[in-house]
Design a protein. Structure first.
Length: 308
């Protein structure tokens, strides 16, 4: 969720795991980053008996937290010790899935399924953090992902962008791991209210202007070029970072077992979340329109582990 008026970026994440543990578990997270580059977070872990999936419809209760579909709106409630949030998502366009939504790694049989049930929604609600409660209105998206991956296939690199204007949205997500380089799993979508206009998983994406980030050992690209499609139907343009307001060593928050396995491949993985400006030429049926504005992005990159 991004709230331009207050400069807040809010993320709520429900994760159902089974990392080779017979009974599994559930984690729920919320992070709030503000224009001062301070990040607030809350995390809770729950045992299987604290997690209930609705037998019909779509709903998940995880301890005190709740995610559910009511009519055509999603209700997201996070009731943490340090942060509480209560949000309503009103979808503005249809669900999106790239192809059959499933990426299969042929050498191992591992697979990942990516879905965008809400590529674009109006978001409203209340957020309590840092001793204050605020009412918020903005935009956001929701994705439902599931995967069966070896712990050694740690997705250590990400480029993701969520860009909105009053009449259009562009979403770009790409990910890779050290054993996949230089191959990336990627998806791109352009939509307007109630209609998906264009999508691609075979496009050109380039990072530019790597700059150091204070407090983070991995530099962040400050400019990106995107070129998808052809002269009749496609998207071409540029994204520029305007403010990095969140930095995080991702592995520091992972379970101990997973962190030990990951550090065999990488020494550190850093995530930078930022606000950005974008300017694109979008071509459909041979006609061109400009899509430009401000949005948010996420740059994740890793340092390779040093061999002893």
């Amino acid at each position: 969720m991004q709230f331009a008026d207050s400069g807040l970026i809010v993320i709520v994440n429900f994760q159902l795991h089974n990392l080779g543990i017979s009974n599994g578990y559930c984690d729920a997270f919320i992070t709030v980053s503000d224009p001062s580059a301070h990040m607030y977070g809350d995390h809770s872990s729950m045992e299987p008996n604290e997690v209930k999936i609705d037998p019909s419809g779509f709903g998940l209760t995880a301890g005190p937290h709740r995610l559910e579909l009511v009519g055509n709106q999603y209700h997201v409630k996070y009731a943490g010790k340090d942060i509480q949030g209560d949000f309503i998502f009103k979808p503005k366009t249809g669900s999106f899935q790239q192809g059959d939504g499933k990426l299969v790694y042929k050498s191992s049989g591992d697979w990942v399924r990516y879905n965008f049930p809400i590529p674009w929604a109006e978001v409203s609600g209340t957020l309590t953090y840092n001793g204050k409660t605020v009412k918020l209105c903005g935009v956001g998206s929701m994705n439902h992902d599931r995967q069966v991956l070896s712990p050694t296939r740690y997705m250590s690199d990400w480029r993701a962008f969520w860009m909105y204007t009053p009449d259009a949205t562009i979403a770009i997500v790409r990910s890779s791991s050290l054993d996949m380089h230089p191959i990336w799993s990627q998806r791109l979508m352009v939509a307007e209210p109630d209609k998906i206009l264009f999508s691609s998983h075979d496009y050109t994406f380039k990072d530019f202007d790597l700059k150091p980030v204070p407090g983070g050992p991995v530099p962040c690209a400050m400019r990106y070029l995107v070129d998808a499609g052809d002269a009749q139907n496609g998207l071409k343009g540029e994204i520029r970072v305007t403010r990095i307001q969140e930095k995080q060593d991702i592995l520091a928050g992972y379970p101990v077992l997973f962190r030990k396995i990951a550090t065999l491949l990488v020494s550190e993985t850093w995530s930078y979340r930022f606000w950005c400006d974008f300017n694109f030429e979008f071509r459909t049926d041979g006609k061109m329109r400009t899509i430009s504005g401000s949005g948010t992005g996420n740059y994740v990159s890793s340092l390779k582990a040093q061999k002893q």
